[in-house]
Structure formats: structure tokens, C-alpha cells
Design a protein around this ligand. Structure first.
Ligand SMILES: [Zn+2]
Length: 549
């Protein structure tokens, strides 16, 4: 047996002896010279790698190797130590890099904290571990193992299945969560043990568990987490959707060498809206982006109307399939099933594979952003304006999804039975003076039916016509007050544009088009009309305002 037969536990035993004797006594005892390079780094200390490997041989065979029995250095001892998962100074990290989502929900994060950070007491799972127990006890002399498991993907051709099969001892794993790398570790041992996985992490009602297990060493937590996006972008990866092998070009600067790494920049509402506008970059076909937009609207509707975030493929196929039959060209069940997966290309969607059935929905950050009514309104408007503008009946679509309140700034959808009538048409009648005037009557009378934006005073065969517009919509979801400080007198054209996010009032009172900021009018204020600027700002926040080109 030579140095290449030395196992990780033999090296650990040699390190313990080195620590006990001290460097000089250790080297003298085994007659090794001091090493100058390729030092083994372990627990923050440096060790003479050749001497350690030579002495490790004694723990394997009973006889230490003498210095002249083998050569030290990068190609021999360095490479072997790296393959065992040890860090060797002056050598690139050994093995390849695999990227591992830490977990999208409580499950993954809790598993990580319990079985990777804290560790698994092997004795508590001895029976379930069965034949794997001995190997783990050798790797973890203190009896506490750092373990992680992956489920088998439902489909064998999935990239996750290939990545799981490609893992080798000595490979690095980077744990990823919320656009950041949170920890790294080295694979020390690989084994499939369904019984042990079920004993450690439990299993779902269909008996599925995290069967594909890895014993990890040198677990390092990144505090603060390291922004993953530069490395992922440089490698052409959007995010880490499932366990995958990083491309060869993947580079991660060691956080130890750059302790000034800032916390990851928070993913902003603008980032998400831009993704909703772009949708699938690789998909030029408009009709496919339209289907994606319909599916995302369905998902938002499920969240708003039913408080349901995650959807099985079956629920998605039935809900989205029905929607596409009614509002698109009924592309058939296979296309709908593809959507469930391919929506991941939009980078707002995630499929969580660590379940009995894959579950899909908006990813954590998008879901958090969509909690806000303002962001939700803008997201819905972005999808409608960019991808669904040929659906004449899109307000019917929103009503069907339980999103009717988001169709307009004024919250209200068209009244049933009178589809063209504005909600607040001013009724002229002789007895207005005798009864309490509505807000609508009050504001249109104040301006004598003259539009506050463009100055139009529209003459019809039955008198002048203007409309009262609420600035911040009443009722759900905008909850504006029914008060004249929240109302404007507008002509039907300006009302339609203002209500459907086509124009806004800037902070200097200039009326502008949303799509190019062009000035189209100026807000006229009657001295007796106290308009609440907070409502004007709220309306503006609902509009997706793009800066002038
Ligand atoms: Zn007008």
C-alpha cells in the first residue's frame, strides 16, 4: 500500500497526532523536513502535507512511510489530499463545483441547519444507516455527521438526475438561497440509503425522501452571504433552480479573501417588472409569451383570491388549461404541461422538485414583492399591456381570475348590464339642489364639466358631459376614500387613460403619458378643490413609469 491508499480518517488521525506533539516533535519523530509549499490547511492551521500523509499511512497499515519512500508536492500528495476533501494551500479547490439550492421553504432551510450545520448524531440512526454506518463513523470520529440528501427527480432526463450521478468525493458543493451563496462544503462520501434518509428527514405520504445522500466536510458558512449573481451571470446561469454541476468556467472568489463583500442587493420591484415585460428571453414567439402571461396572471389570481401559492402540475394543467381554452387558442394539454416547467426561463418562476409532486409558483423574492398591492397592480398591468393587448375582453379575464379590482386605478370593473356606462356619469336633473349631492356631482359641478387635464368641455345633445374619476380607487384593493379630495372632473378620454394607467400626474402637476412621459396636459385646480397629493402619488405609483428614451 502506498500514500494513495491513505483515507480521510487516516489523515485526520495524523493531524490529531501532529496537534498533540507539536510541529517540531512530530517532524523529528518521523524524520521529515519542514515543508515549504502545498501546506495542508485544516481548522485554520497549517500542516506539512507530506509528513501528514506519511504518518497517516501508519494509521492505515501500522507503518509510517519514510520521506524517501514517496514524493511530496502538488501532483502527488497535494492532489490526493484534495481528492479526500482537504484544502491544500496553493492549489485550486479540488474537484468540481456543484450548486445546491438550500431549500425554497422552511423544509430545506431547516434541514440545512439541523443536518449540515448542527449535524446528525449517527448513533440515533444506527439501525437505519445499516451498512453505511461504519464508513460514516470513520469519517466523523466524534459521531456527528454532516449530511445532506437529494430526492430523485421525477424525470430521469432532468439535469438534476445527471448532476446527482456525476458527483464524486472531493467535489465542492455551494449552497444557494435567495440570490446568495450561504455555505460551501466538500463531499466526503456518497451513498444512497432510503431508510436512513427517512429516519433523518422523514418521508412524504408516498414514501419519497432524500435518498441520494452526501456526507460533507469542511462546511463553511458565509457570513454575510456572498452575492451569487456575478458568478452565476458570468457563467450564463440565471439562478440555481435545482442541484446542478457548475460549468467549467464557474469562478467564485473566496469570501475569505474578500471580506468586504457587500450584502446582496435586494431584488427590486423594477427588476421583477422588467422580467415580466421580457418574459422568456429565448422565446421570440409572441403567442407563447401570451400563454406565459396568462399562466402568470392565473397564478397571481390564485394567490389573491385563494391565498394559494404553490401549484402541483395537475392543478396548473387544469386551471391554466381552462384559461387558455377560453382566452387563447386551446393549445392542448402537452403545451400547458410544458409551460409549468418552461416558465422557469422567465426567472420569476420556480419549480420545487423536493416534493412528492413538483410544485411551482413565483419564486420567494417575487412572491414577497407581490404582497404589495401597488406592485401587484403594476405587475398585472405590465403583463396585460405587453403580452395581452390583443385580448379585447381582458377585463373579463381579470374578473374570471378574481382580479377585477386590478383592472383600473379606480378599482371598479364595468357595471353589469351597462358595459359602456361610466360608473360616475354625472346625472343632470332639476332637483340636485334639494338633495345631498354625490361626490361625483359635486366635483363635476365645481368645474362646470370642464376636464381638469385637457380643458375639454364636451357638448352632447342632452347637455355637457363630464365624468368624476376617483384618483385612488374605492374598495378592494386600493381602498381610497370616497371624498372630493380623492376625485377629479375629467372628460371621457382623459378618464379612460387615467383609469387604465395610460396617463399620470407628476409631482409638478404636469399630466404625462406613461409610456414615454410626453406632456399632454396640466392639472387644473379650482381654489375650492383641495386635492390630496398623497392620492395622486398613489396613482402614480401604480403606473409603470419608464423614463424618456
Ligand atoms: Zn380631458
Amino acid at each position: 500500500m502506498g500514500y494513495a491508499d491513505v483515507r480521510r480518517q487516516d489523515v485526520s488521525a495524523a493531524i490529531a497526532e501532529y496537534d498533540e506533539l507539536g510541529k517540531d516533535a512530530f517532524l523529528a519523530k518521523y524524520r521529515y523536513a519542514e515543508a515549504r509549499q502545498y501546506l495542508l490547511v485544516h481548522g485554520g492551521r497549517r500542516y506539512d502535507s507530506k509528513a501528514i500523509v506519511g504518518v497517516a499511512h501508519r494509521h492505515l497499515t501500522g507503518t509510517a512511510l519514510t520521506p524517501d519512500e514517496f514524493s511530496g508536492g502538488r501532483a502527488t500528495v497535494g492532489r490526493h489530499l484534495a481528492a479526500l476533501g482537504f484544502r491544500v494551500e496553493g492549489m485550486a479547490p479540488p474537484g468540481r463545483v456543484f450548486l445546491q439550492p438550500r431549500g425554497l421553504r422552511d423544509g430545506g432551510a431547516a434541514h440545512f441547519a439541523n443536518t449540515v450545520v448542527k449535524g446528525v448524531v449517527l448513533a440515533e440512526h444506527a439501525e437505519a444507516l445499516g451498512p453505511d454506518l461504519a464508513a460514516l463513523e470513520a469519517l466523523y470520529p466524534d459521531g456527528v455527521a454532516k449530511l445532506w440528501g437529494n430526492t430523485a427527480p421525477k424525470y430521469g432526463y432532468h439535469a438534476k438526475a445527471k448532476a446527482l450521478a456525476a458527483r464524486r468525493v472531493g467535489d465542492h458543493v455551494l449552497f444557494h438561497a435567495e440570490h446568495a451563496f450561504v455555505a460551501e462544503a466538500v463531499i466526503l462520501h456518497l451513498f444512497d440509503n432510503e431508510q436512513a434518509a427517512a429516519s433523518i428527514w422523514g418521508s412524504d405520504r408516498q414514501g419519497r425522501t432524500f435518498t441520494h445522500m452526501a456526507a460533507l466536510g469542511d462546511v463553511r458558512l458565509y457570513d454575510p452571504p456572498l452575492d451569487a449573481r456575478p458568478a452565476l451571470n458570468a457563467a450564463g446561469l440565471g439562478t440555481v433552480r435545482h442541484f446542478m454541476q457548475a460549468p467549467d468556467a464557474f469562478r467564485l472568489e473566496s469570501p475569505a479573501r474578500d471580506s468586504t463583500v457587500a450584502k446582496p442587493r435586494l431584488f427590486s420591484a423594477e427588476d421583477m417588472l422588467n422580467r415580466l415585460i421580457t418574459l422568456d428571453r429565448d422565446q421570440p414567439a409572441e403567442r407563447i409569451r401570451k400563454r406565459q402571461a396568462l399562466a402568470l396572471l392565473w397564478t397571481i389570481g390564485q394567490r389573491v383570491a385563494h391565498r394559494k401559492r404553490w401549484h402541483s402540475e395537475e392543478d396548473f394543467r387544469s386551471g391554466v388549461g381552462e384559461l387558455l381554452r377560453d382566452f387563447d387558442d386551446d393549445p392542448g394539454p402537452e403545451v400547458v404541461a410544458d409551460l409549468f416547467w418552461h416558465l422557469q426561463n422567465t426567472d420569476v418562476w420556480t419549480v420545487d422538485l423536493d416534493n412528492t409532486d413538483p410544485l411551482a409558483g413565483f419564486d420567494d423574492e417575487c412572491d414577497r414583492l407581490l404582497e404589495s398591492v401597488v406592485v401587484r397592480t403594476r405587475a398585472i398591468t405590465a403583463l396585460r399591456s405587453r403580452h395581452l393587448n390583443r385580448i379585447a375582453e381582458d377585463e373579463d379575464l381579470l374578473a374570471r381570475l378574481g382580479l377585477e379590482g386590478y383592472a383600473r386605478a379606480s378599482s371598479r370593473s364595468k357595471p353589469a348590464g351597462d358595459r359602456e356606462a361610466p360608473v360616475s356619469r354625472r346625472q343632470r336633473s332639476g332637483d340636485t339642489a334639494e338633495r345631498i349631492r354625490s361626490i361625483a356631482e359635486e366635483v363635476t359641478a365645481l368645474y362646470d364639466d370642464t376636464c381638469q387635464f385637457c380643458g375639454t368641455r364636451l357638448l352632447t345633445g342632452v347637455g355637457f358631459h363630464s365624468e368624476a374619476a376617483h384618483i385612488r380607487g374605492l374598495g378592494e384593493p386600493h381602498r381610497g376614500p370616497d371624498h372630493i379630495s380623492n376625485a377629479l372632473c375629467l372628460c371621457p378620454n382623459c378618464h379612460a387613460q387615467f383609469d387604465r394607467f395610460g396617463i399620470y400626474v407628476d409631482d409638478e402637476g404636469v399630466v404625462r403619458l406613461v409610456h414615454n412621459s410626453e406632456e399632454v396636459g396640466e392639472l387644473r385646480r379650482h381654489p375650492d378643490h383641495d386635492i390630496d397629493d398623497a392620492h395622486v402619488r398613489y396613482h402614480r405609483s401604480l403606473c409603470h413609469i419608464t423614463p424618456p428614451a
